[in-house]
Every structure is written in structure tokens, then in C-alpha cells.
Design a protein around this ligand. Structure first.
Ligand code: ZN
Length: 312
């Protein structure tokens, strides 16, 4: 949360040499990650703040939907459906994140793919109504298959359904900061919440630099990055400061489709890139190149106090 002044300052101070740095902001688990708060005004406030920030920064964000979150006690909640409409009305694309946020590594292929189709029941007609495509898929927990064969069969299914997978290069533990922020904001006081917000943006900058170094080392050039975030209170309050940090680092904001035009996303993963994990595609490309332990050293850690808060 901040005034609009710093944004304009950065705009004029941006060195031209950095103008090739581009990043796509992706927001998962729509409509809202509420940690049990069902109040519709709360969900609306988070959505409003996110969309206003996208507008302000001209950030062509995309939101990945879990349609099971549109229901409460088995009843479809029209106010939650309206939140998705709000994204589309404002011109922001929606993507599929499965119906129930299913982990592919804990589910058989039939059940998982049925969950992908179930996950577009409402979104598909709604995107048509707003003349928007529904064309990108994000794997929950970044679990895309423990083996190349499982990933390949999923890829074939997605292609048949007109979907393209949406990788992530700047993977991070924003969800831990978000849970800590939620607890602090509602129970511990605003001062602690502000500290978490500040530490969150600092942590994300260190993550950005870490993955920039990975990309430079692997490809000797900046790639079009894809950042994973969630639709939570933390980003409702701090996406603007995060955006300023990205601008300060020389980034411009691009859409999901523009990001995927980077040829890096056409690279084939080798069998070493698969395991029972959800990791950045940069790590998967590194494993494909045969990189070992030392390559992955120095990844920024979440502060202990954040872990402590979320464990309570
Ligand atoms: Zn998710």
C-alpha cells in the first residue's frame, strides 16, 4: 500500500538498457484465497484491489480458476461467479487450474482430466460471453507428472482440449507469507502485517535475482519470466509495491501469451526434469542440462518467523 508517486518516478528513471526485461503476472486459486472467511464483501474487496492494481500498472495479468471455490455448502454462489466476471469485464484473461485444485501426482489420469473438464463448466461459457479465450492451464502445486510419460499424456489431453500449459519461472513461497499476513492482519495487529508485507517484497526481489541468475547461466540472456502469485489479501495490499519493485528492476508487464512466445518455452524436458515435486521450469531446464547441486545453491529462504506464524 502506497501513494502513486513512486510509480511515476520509476517510469522516468528506467534505464533503456533494461527495457527488454519482461514478466507475466499470474494469479492462482481464483476467485479468492480467503483462509476460511466466507464474507462476500471480503472476497469482493480482494478482487477489487487486485483488478485496480492491474489497471493502474497496465499489467495484463491472468487468473487461474478453481471452480469448486464458487460453491458454499453445495450451492453455487452468484457473488463469487460475479468476481470472475469482474476479471473478464476489466479485460483480464482467465485460465483453468482444475475444479478442485487436484494434485496430479496423487490422482489417476482419468480423475485428473475429468477435473480439468469440470473446472471449465462455468468459466468456458463466461469467457465466450466476454469474447475472451480460455486457453491456458496451470498445474496445481506445479505437479505436471512424476515422469515424462505422465506429463506427455497430460500434454496430449490438454492440446486436444485446446489448452496450453502455463509454466512458472519465478516459483516462490508467497503462499507462506500470505498465510502469515492473513493471521497477522486479523489477529496480531497491523504493525506486524506491515512488516510481513515489506519482508514479502524484499524476499520476492531476492527470488527474482536468483532466477535471473539461473536464466543467465542457462541461456546467456534474460528470458520472459512468469511469476506465480495467488488471489489473497497479501497481494490485494502489496501487489502495488511488488509491481514497483519489478519496475525498478527494469521489467515491463506482458500477457501470458506474450510470455510463451519466448522460444525457451518450446524446450523439451528430459527425464531428469521429473520427480515427485513442483518446481520452477528454470530448475527443470537446469536438470535437463544435467546441472547438479551447486547450480541450485543460494535460493532465498522464507524467514523463520513466517514459518513460525503459519505453523500455529
Ligand atoms: Zn493453485
Amino acid at each position: 500500500m502506497k501513494s502513486i508517486l513512486p510509480y511515476f518516478c520509476w517510469l522516468f528513471l528506467l534505464p533503456m538498457a533494461h527495457s527488454q526485461k519482461q514478466i507475466c503476472i499470474t494469479i492462482d486459486d481464483l476467485p479468492v484465497v480467503s483462509y476460511g472467511i466466507q464474507d462476500s464483501a471480503y472476497w469482493l474487496d480482494i478482487t477489487n484491489r487486485l483488478v485496480q492494481t492491474f489497471d493502474f500498472y497496465q499489467m495484463p495479468a491472468i487468473g487461474y480458476v478453481n471452480e469448486n471455490k464458487l460453491y458454499q455448502d453445495g450451492q453455487l454462489q452468484s457473488n463469487r461467479v460475479k468476481l470472475l466476471e469482474q476479471w473478464l469485464q476489466a479485460g483480464y484473461e482467465l485460465g483453468n487450474h482444475t475444479y478442485a485444485h487436484t494434485n496430479y501426482h496423487r490422482t489417476d489420469f482419468q480423475t485428473y482430466t475429468a477435473g480439468i473438464l469440470k473446472g471449465e463448466t462455468i468459466t468456458r461459457p463466461m469467457t465466450k460471453q466476454y469474447n475472451q479465450p480460455l486457453r491456458f492451464f496451470r498445474h496445481p502445486y506445479l505437479r505436471l507428472g512424476q515422469t515424462k510419460a505422465r506429463h506427455d499424456s497430460l500434454q496430449t489431453f490438454l492440446q486436444q482440449q485446446g489448452y496450453t500449459e502455463a509454466p512458472v519461472t519465478i516459483d516462490n513461497e508467497e503462499y507462506l507469507f500470505a498465510k502469515a499476513y492473513h493471521i497477522a492482519y486479523h489477529k496480531k495487529g497491523k504493525a506486524m502485517a506491515r512488516q510481513i508485507g515489506k519482508d514479502y517484497v524484499d524476499y520476492m526481489e531476492r527470488k527474482l535475482h536468483y532466477f535471473e541468475r539461473s536464466a543467465d547461466s542457462l541461456f546467456q540472456r534474460p528470458i520472459r519470466h512468469i511469476l506465480l502469485l495467488h488471489a489473497n489479501l497479501l497481494n490485494a495490499h502489496y501487489l502495488d509495491e511488488l509491481a514497483d519493485m519489478l519496475l525498478k528492476n527494469g521489467y515491463t508487464f506482458i500477457s501470458q501469451s506474450a510470455a510463451l512466445e519466448d522460444p525457451v518455452y518450446q524446450r523439451t524436458l528430459s527425464s531428469q526434469a521429473y520427480g515427485d515435486w513442483g518446481i520452477s521450469w528454470l530448475d527443470r531446464w537446469a536438470l535437463t542440462e544435467g546441472k547438479k547441486g551447486s547450480f541450485f545453491k543460494g535460493e532465498p529462504r522464507v524467514p523463520d518467523y513466517i514459518h513460525d506464524l503459519t505453523k500455529r
